[in-house]
Design a protein around this ligand. Structure first.
Ligand SMILES: NC(=O)C1=CN([C@@H]2O[C@H](COP(=O)(O)OP(=O)(O)OC[C@H]3O[C@@H](n4cnc5c(N)ncnc54)[C@H](OP(=O)(O)O)[C@@H]3O)[C@@H](O)[C@H]2O)C=CC1
Ligand SMILES: O=C1CO[C@H](CO)[C@@H](O)[C@@H]1O
Length: 339
């Protein structure tokens, strides 16, 4: 299958590698930045490059595109792509508004093409394993879910405009990292009923927040929390899920990706260490698995692992969290349209 990539910045490399690993051929690349375009063309030996993505979309031989532009452009670029019959793997967040997300989903359905959103953490080996354990019932009733994605832009005092400027990014870490965490919250815990969030800009001189926290109540009765931060040190992604019969704890802290499943094989003393199963996910690439799933979905072999509707729900939770932070009060999701 021949594919194109629109937006040749940082994340485009993961898409390129994923397509190559999945047996697809990246034949075209578009970016408004001539330096990025030229560098990638040389590195990856791409036959055709375009400064205007609409010219890339005219290529008949391309069946699918990745949309890797800044957040504000996911909507117009995806819409243009599906309208000319291309399958789309759209970077997260799907869009900056619910209205836009709905239009994207409708347009893809009307065109009969696949739309997958790049909440790649669903394809993280630990998340996949955790979901299997949860679905098997081994954790019992879920009581608490904590999700965290935090870093500090490598310590850099400069945050790129595509993330730091409100018009291009749409929001800060709550949208950028939080949308992944809200997606995982739903993936693991089902629908969220209520959210109470706080956001602040405390570290970088930027137009959007660099620090965010949200407290969640799931429809199931479980409670949880999301931490999204650009003001941490280093890099961490993790989830902690507690149930009546056991617990799952995952972190990639210090470059080691380990999932720990703890449980009791027999009722016993309260404070004794429970039994533990450890799973090591070193070396597994989330993006490559996610792209493999996209290609399989296009071929009709598997359902998309993260649909447009999933992307929309993640954005709805982000928007509810912003509204909660603005009003300094909890927001019930059942009455929140986000329009
Ligand atoms: N799922 C994940 O793990 C990750 C997802 N992302 C998402 O991917 C997207 C891109 O992020 P990232 O690659 O880090 O950002 P970058 O800023 O590194 O790259 C974006 C590129 O898109 C270019 N661009 C801007 N406008 C257009 C346009 N109209 N047509 C074509 N290209 C355009 C930019 O050019 P210029 O430099 O001139 O602005 C830049 O080269 C974001 O939506 C982000 O949220 C990012 C990182 C990880
Ligand atoms: O998963 C991710 C890792 O961090 C990046 C920068 O904050 C995010 O954009 C991305 O979605």
């Amino acid at each position: 299958m021949k594919v194109g990539i629109i937006g040749a910045g940082g994340i485009a490399l993961s898409h390129y590698k994923g397509y190559v690993a999945g047996g697809a051929e990246v034949v075209a690349l578009a970016d408004i930045n001539p330096a990025a375009l030229e560098a990638r063309q040389r590195e990856w030996n791409i036959p055709q490059v375009f400064s205007d993505y609409r010219d890339l979309l005219k290529l008949k031989e391309i069946e699918a595109v990745s949309v890797c532009t800044p957040n504000a452009l996911h909507y117009p670029v995806t819409l243009a792509a599906v309208r000319v019959g291309k399958h789309v793997l759209c970077e997260k967040p799907i869009s900056l508004s619910i209205r836009e997300a709905r239009a994207m989903i409708r347009a893809a359905a009307r065109a009969g093409v696949t739309l997958q959103i790049n909440h790649h953490l669903r394809s993280n080996g630990a998340a996949f394993k955790a979901k299997q354990i949860l679905d098997s019932g081994a954790l019992g009733r879920v009581t608490f879910i904590r999700l965290r994605q935090a870093h500090d832009w490598g310590g850099s005092p400069q945050v790129r405009d595509s993330f730091g400027k409100k018009a291009l990014a749409g929001g800060g870490t709550l949208l950028d990292n939080g949308c992944h965490m809200f997606d995982l919250a739903r993936y693991f815990g089902g629908p969220v009923e209520e959210i109470f969030a706080r956001v602040a800009s405390l570290k970088f001189p930027i137009e959007v927040e660099d620090t965010a926290h949200a407290s969640l109540r799931f429809t199931s009765g479980a409670i949880g929390e999301v931490e999204a931060s650009w003001s941490a040190t280093g890099w961490e992604e993790g989830f902690w899920i507690y149930g009546t019969e056991g617990a799952l704890e995952y972190t990639n802290r210090l470059g080691k990706s380990v999932l720990r499943h703890s449980f009791r094989t027999s009722p016993g003393t309260t404070w004794a260490e429970p039994d533990v199963a450890l799973y090591d996910f070193a070396g597994a690439s989330n993006h490559t698995r996610h792209i493999d799933n996209f290609l399989a979905a296009i071929r009709g072999e598997r359902p998309v692992i993260c649909s447009g509707e999933d992307g929309l729900e993640a954005v709805r939770l982000v928007l509810a969290a912003y509204e909660s932070a603005r009003l300094n009060q909890p927001i019930r999701l059942s009455g929140f349209r986000g329009d």
